[in-house]
Design a protein around this ligand. Structure first.
Ligand SMILES: [Zn+2]
Length: 228
């Protein structure tokens, strides 16, 4: 409990320190695209409206471009876990608009009920600008686990996805992704497995972060603010 509070405060302090740095792009994090109205869901209507507004006012880019250009108007779209509602309600929009987006797939969720199937991923990779990333082998907070097991599972997740979908994977998103869930050692280990490491620090991007990326959670409550 005290440990948890310590890391929550540590992350708040980190966010506070970095909050006034100039914005050099933003990475958005989505989970479900459905009518659940939860902290981790956005309705299909709001999702489409956000994408259409972003296309008018900003540029939706892949992570190489965001890190390279350092442009405050650049936005990268990511999905975690990944739920079947993303295939049903977000994929048609992303395909229609021809914009890049990341699918951070957790190996243990793949092909399970309510999550993406391998066939869906294959279609999304083929028919749209989907980019596949790893969301670890199991959906557990890395900091609470044996670092060696975490290292093995990070590599294992990437290798398994690469083999299954015959593509190269260079992005990793930590489950939970906060300072409470990930230690500096975990982040350093992930950086050895993949070029880009995605966290859940609620900040815009700044070059001082290198390739360890903060992400802003988008839901029905937050999407309008991000339309501006
Ligand atoms: Zn997750």
């Amino acid at each position: 409990m005290i440990k948890r509070l310590y890391y929550i405060l540590l992350q708040r302090f980190y966010v506070f320190q970095k909050k006034n740095q100039p914005c050099q792009g933003k990475v958005f994090m989505f989970h479900k695209v459905d009518d659940e109205n939860g902290l981790y869901s956005i309705t299909p209507e709001h999702f489409r409206s956000l994408i259409e507004t972003l296309m008018k006012n900003k540029k939706i880019v892949d992570i190489d471009t965001l890190v390279r250009e350092k442009d405050p108007d650049n936005v990268t779209i990511t999905f975690d876990d990944v739920y079947e509602s993303v295939y049903r309600n977000a994929y048609p929009v992303l395909k229609e608009k021809g914009i890049p987006y990341y699918l951070f797939v957790c190996n243990e969720f793949l092909d399970r009920e309510r999550y993406l199937s391998s066939e869906m991923i294959e279609e999304m990779l083929k028919e749209s600008k989907a980019i596949l990333g790893s969301h670890d082998m199991r959906h557990l907070p890395a900091r609470m686990r044996d670092p060696e097991t975490v290292r093995q599972e990070m590599s294992g997740s990437k290798e398994e996805l690469e083999k299954k979908f015959k593509i190269k994977i260079d992005s990793f998103a930590f489950p939970y992704g906060s300072m409470y869930a990930c230690s500096d050692e975990n982040i350093s280990d992930a950086s050895k497995v993949c070029d880009y490491v995605f966290m859940t620090y609620p900040l815009s991007y700044h070059e001082t972060m290198g390739k360890v990326l903060p992400r802003i959670n988008i839901n029905d409550q937050t999407y309008e603010k991000e339309c501006r």
